[in-house]
Design a protein around this ligand. Sequence first.
Ligand code: FES
Length: 143
Amino acid sequence: TAVMGVAATATMRFMFPNVLFEPPSTFKAGYPEDYAVGKVDERWKEKFRTWIVRTPEIIYALSTTCTHLGCTPNWLEAEGKFKCPCHGSGFYPTGINFEGPAPRPLERWKITLGDDGQLLVDKSKKFQQEKGEWSDPDSFVRV
Ligand code: FES
C-alpha cells in the first residue's frame, strides 16, 4: 500500500510540473523621442534588465547582465561607464568591455520599431559584438 501511495503521489506530481512564471520576453519601450540623445536610460533596468541607449544615429537595447559572472553593473553617469560591483569590470556606453575580468562586451537585444511607432524590445534574440552581430539591422533602430 505504501509503495502504491508513493507511486500515485509521484504520478500526480508528474501531472502538475512546476511552472516558472517569467516576465514576457518582449516589451514596448515607448517612442524614440522619449530618449535623450547621448544618454543611457535606466527606466527598464529593474523590470526588464535592459538599458536603452540613444546616440545621434541609433537606439539600441543593452542587457544589464555582466558577461563575467552575471552580476548587474551600475551606470555611472559622471564617469560615462558601466561598472560591475562584483569584480570591477567596466563597460563603455556601447557595451564594450575595457577593464576588469569580463571577457566580452555586454549583449544587445533585438529592437525594432512597431506599427504604432513605439520601440519594441525582444529579449529572446540577442546580439553579440564579438560575433559581428551588432551590424545586424535588428540590433538597433536608426533615428
Ligand atoms: Fe561582473 Fe564579475 S560579475 S565583474
